[in-house]
Design a protein around this ligand. Structure first.
Ligand code: URA
Length: 205
């Protein structure tokens, strides 16, 4: 079986498991799980926080207003949603869009880790403090505010594969704050450069 097919099948099988997940109570008030979507051999993986209302209704990540902003940022570095893989720290919507709780993150992140193992991205971008805190917990990196570390490139070995980790702001934070939007645009220029330096876009092996 070709590698592409294997990764596709693995991602789809995992999405089916996530759809049935009852490891924490978050699923109880939701319409759909939002496992994540995109290219299963993407060079760039983006990790958000948790599904919001539109994502819960559709089962797709970043389809609301923050998603439109994200698509604009991707297009600024020559990419579309189909070129990348977009996932979240937790796969069901927390009630009222509250922050995910530690126990929910603990229950859900094995799915994210499995997605990273399957996709083996060259660059992982953490959108906002929740995903930054989680992914950077694998490194000796600590921070109080995401603004302290945004745009920094952290080379790492994650689940046995070399990857460059880049925290940035959550696009939702930039919806009403033009300053944050400029910071995101600046960080995405760094992301584009890192991806190009890593040999760009999709895995060929
Ligand atoms: N915000 C997120 O963090 N994830 C989504 O999928 C949508 C909005």
């Amino acid at each position: 079986m070709a590698e592409e097919t294997e990764s596709n099948v693995a991602i789809e099988n995992l999405a089916a498991v996530i759809g049935e997940c009852r490891k924490c109570p978050l699923w109880e008030n939701t319409h759909h799980a939002v496992p994540g979507e995109g290219n299963p051999r993407a060079g760039l993986m983006l990790i958000g926080e948790a599904p919001g209302k539109q994502e819960d209704l559709t089962g797709r990540p970043f389809v609301g207003r923050a998603g439109k902003l994200l698509e604009g940022l991707l297009s600024g570095i020559g990419l579309t949603r189909d070129d990348v893989f977009i996932a979240n720290i937790v796969k069901h919507r927390p009630p009222g869009n509250r922050d995910p709780r530690d126990e929910e993150i603990l229950a859900c992140t094995p799915y994210l880790e499995e997605q990273i193992r399957i996709i083996r991205p060259k660059v992982i971008v953490m959108l906002g403090r929740h995903s930054s805190r989680y992914i950077l917990s694998f490194l000796p990196v600590e921070f109080d505010r995401i603004t302290e570390i945004r745009g920094t490139v952290y080379p790492a070995l994650l689940f046995g594969h070399p990857v460059r980790l880049i925290p940035t702001l959550h696009p939702a934070a930039a919806l009403y704050n033009p300053g944050y939007r400029e910071s995101l645009e600046e960080d995405f220029r760094i992301i584009g450069r890192e991806l190009a330096a890593a040999g760009n876009s999709t895995r060929q092996d």
